[in-house]
Design a protein. Structure first.
Length: 115
């Protein structure tokens, strides 16, 4: 059974930073486009950032310039560094591993931005 293990969520004040991590097996990580999505209460799940490779990275307009996605191939881990956080960034953040024949999701980690 494939697992995506997320960590790093929590409560932070506006303007603060958090780093999310998502680890999976080497077999899945090497073959997957890794991404971060989020879902706020009452809203649809949306793409935050994705990385098919180090040269193929996408960001949503709402986080571009504030968030950075990166991959550590040695640790089979994808990170989401979130800076200058805003209250509207509050959501459950999900890690995704997408391949040609599969689509795996993590359990989600809560990020709350509030003073």
């Amino acid at each position: 059974q494939v697992q995506l293990v997320e960590s790093g969520g929590g409560l932070v004040q506006p303007g603060g930073s958090l780093r999310l991590s998502c680890t999976t097996s080497a077999r899945v990580f090497r073959r997957s486009a890794m991404g971060w999505y989020r879902q706020a209460p009452g809203k649809r799940r949306e793409l935050v950032a994705s990385s098919a490779s180090e040269d193929s990275i996408k960001y949503s307009d709402s986080v571009r310039g504030r968030f950075v996605i990166s991959r550590d191939n040695a640790l089979n881990t994808v990170y989401l560094q979130m800076n200058s956080l805003k209250p509207e960034d509050t959501a459950v953040y999900y890690c995704r591993a997408e391949g040609m024949t599969y689509d795996y999701w993590g359990q989600g980690t809560q990020v709350t931005v509030s003073s």
